[in-house]
Design a protein. Structure first.
Length: 147
């Protein structure tokens, strides 16, 4: 199986998205590491750090997500990556009952972030792309290949 990159998207003869998804997660992780000095800065608010994550890291991660076919494992990998980055940004919380620091639970993360999950974002991107293709002329290239 031969892979090649075209316009930032990894293509192969089997149309296997797992290779491309791993590369997108790696690229998003590299983006996080490049911005790590901002995320560790105590002078920046968590709200600003989350906005930075949403505008830079999430866009890097979901590039060309309109054409993805996600399996259960793919969705799990994306959710794990998203929660990992959010935990790093939000940091631990102090538990008054046990009088110690603990990491946030998944529910607490989603409650604090207050934005659609990465999976919901991918679904919205796919739905937006589908509407775009539906409105195209019948002889449009995407309509010939995707519908």
């Amino acid at each position: 199986m031969e892979n090649f990159k075209y316009l930032g998207v990894v293509l192969n003869e089997d149309n296997n998205d797992q290779i491309y998804l791993r590369e997108r997660i790696n690229n998003a992780n590299k983006t996080y590491l490049m911005l790590q000095k901002f995320f560790k800065n105590k002078n920046l608010s968590k709200k600003l750090k989350l906005r930075l994550k949403n505008t830079v890291i999430d866009k890097t991660l979901t590039y060309a997500s309109e054409t993805w076919t996600l399996t259960k494992i793919d969705r799990k990998q994306l959710n794990i990556f998203e929660r990992k980055v959010c935990r790093r940004i939000l940091g631990p919380v102090y538990d008054n009952e046990k009088e110690n620091w603990r990491i946030l639970t998944n529910k607490e993360i989603y409650a604090r972030v207050k934005k659609p999950t990465i999976i919901e974002t991918v679904r919205l991107n796919r739905l937006r792309w589908f509407g775009h293709v539906q409105r195209m002329e019948e002889n449009g290239i995407p309509k010939e290949y995707y519908i």
